[in-house]
Design a protein around this ligand. Sequence first.
Ligand SMILES: C/C=C/C(=O)SCCNC(=O)CCNC(=O)[C@H](O)C(C)(C)COP(=O)(O)OP(=O)(O)OC[C@H]1O[C@@H](n2cnc3c(N)ncnc32)[C@H](O)[C@@H]1OP(=O)(O)O
Ligand SMILES: NC(=O)C1=CN([C@@H]2O[C@H](COP(=O)(O)OP(=O)(O)OC[C@H]3O[C@@H](n4cnc5c(N)ncnc54)[C@H](OP(=O)(O)O)[C@@H]3O)[C@@H](O)[C@H]2O)C=CC1
Length: 446
Amino acid sequence: MSQLGEIQQAILNDDLGAVASLDVPETYRGVTVHKDEADMFEGLESRDKDPRKSLHVDEVPVPELGPGEALVAVMASAINYNTVWTSIFEPVSTFKFLERYGRLSPLSKRHDLPYHVVGSDLSGVVLRTGPGVHNWKPGDEVVAHCLNVELEGPDGHNDTMLDSEQRIWGFETNFGGLAEIALVKSNQLMPKPDHLTWEEAASPGLVNSTAYRQLVSRNGADMKQGDVVLIWGASGGLGSYATQYALNGGAIPVCVVSSPEKAEICRKLGAELIIDRNAEGYKFWKDENNQDPKEWQRFGKKIRELTGGEDPDIVFEHPGRETFGASVYAARKGGTIVTCASTSGYMHQYDNRYLWMNLKRIVGSHFANYRESWEANRLIAKGLIHPTLSKTYALEDTGQAALDVHRNAHQGKVGVLALAPEEGLGVRNHELREKHIDGINAFRNV
Ligand SMILES: C/C=C/C(=O)SCCNC(=O)CCNC(=O)[C@H](O)C(C)(C)COP(=O)(O)OP(=O)(O)OC[C@H]1O[C@@H](n2cnc3c(N)ncnc32)[C@H](O)[C@@H]1OP(=O)(O)O
Ligand SMILES: NC(=O)C1=CN([C@@H]2O[C@H](COP(=O)(O)OP(=O)(O)OC[C@H]3O[C@@H](n4cnc5c(N)ncnc54)[C@H](OP(=O)(O)O)[C@@H]3O)[C@@H](O)[C@H]2O)C=CC1
């Protein structure tokens, strides 16, 4: 049996104590993009760039373990939109990030390679820890959040997201989670929620932490009971957690989706106010350069119809160019538009009169610090927020999984199995699972 096979068997046999004494292999399989293919889609429209062509599964060397780091045997991972961006080499090739990181220190130089192992989520088992790691040991069952910081300067010491060397693991660093082995900083590790399978546990991480900071944290919109929260893409990756946070926190979500099936998912989560943007046929842009304020108003009227005349205290933004003008218009006087992305285009246009005259605020939010990620993971572990996994692919089919997300053909989160040979493994706390089984399965088979 191969060395990785022995590690896999020990984990599957619950013989976690053996992991420390098993040899770490010299190579592993990881999902990569190749530097010499960064121009492969030149001239194509974004929608025609196919991740199945750019994402490969390669046998690559296990990186050397540095101080404060851990090697993790990855049981499962998940697709995030940042892997879609990497796979279509937009808005910039991620090799630029690896080159820049590589210039920082001899240790970071390891990341600057002609291939990029991608992926920003994992569940798995710690294989080895580097010097200076005391909180984690081989055999620990973990998930990893994706904040990679150096913290050598002062900027990040109030909020680690503000570190001058802040990066997203598996996007701006190498050795990501869509692989059999991953390299993380040990301060990315968190306990695996014990009532979840490997693939369920791997799926919330990035989007759950992001939605938590963006909506709940004082660093984001600081949502409170009774707030009306307009959530774009309410059944998607970020939105499926934002909807849960709004409901959990006593707020009133207004969920925007694009199909009756997605509307049904939001209803299942407990949301009552739902807008099907497709059925309503909103056209916020008249042409390439001009928006249509009448359409913003028609959208705002629909929100008022649903809420009994109230405008959103918070708009949870990420579609970007296509929706941002409408989001700024629809927010209530004094309201907050909190944005973490620009999926449909990053050059936004909005009517600033509605912002300043109505004292609204635009807040930028990006991932989450360790504390926020830990709090978001704790809510998962307690069964207060549930994973939103809809479908799982094998590592070899990651390209197809990323294509599903690129085409918006998915629901909630799409999982990827790494060393877990099948779905359904890794549950420790069956009692807690049974209690929440409907919530855990809410996105399955829809
Ligand atoms: C958790 C999951 C998250 C997501 O999914 S997010 C979605 C995916 N992510 C993205 O799409 C973002 C991808 N990233 C980018 O597109 C780029 O990453 C940025 C546009 C964010 C940054 O661009 P760049 O060129 O990498 O860096 P610069 O900070 O603009 O620095 C370039 C040069 O410009 C100088 N500079 C920066 N700010 C100023 C300023 N205010 N005044 C003067 N100069 C400035 C710098 O120092 C540097 O200079 P020097 O090249 O010499 O080092
Ligand atoms: N800065 C950060 O820390 C993070 C940023 N991101 C970014 O956020 C974005 C969304 O990520 P994620 O939620 O995981 O992606 P998903 O694709 O899972 O979900 C996004 C949802 O947005 C909706 N949507 C897509 N395009 C439009 C549009 N043009 N107008 C209105 N709604 C639209 C869709 O829902 P429907 O069709 O039902 O309306 C879709 O389900 C990505 O760009 C990603 O890179 C993600 C995580 C962290």
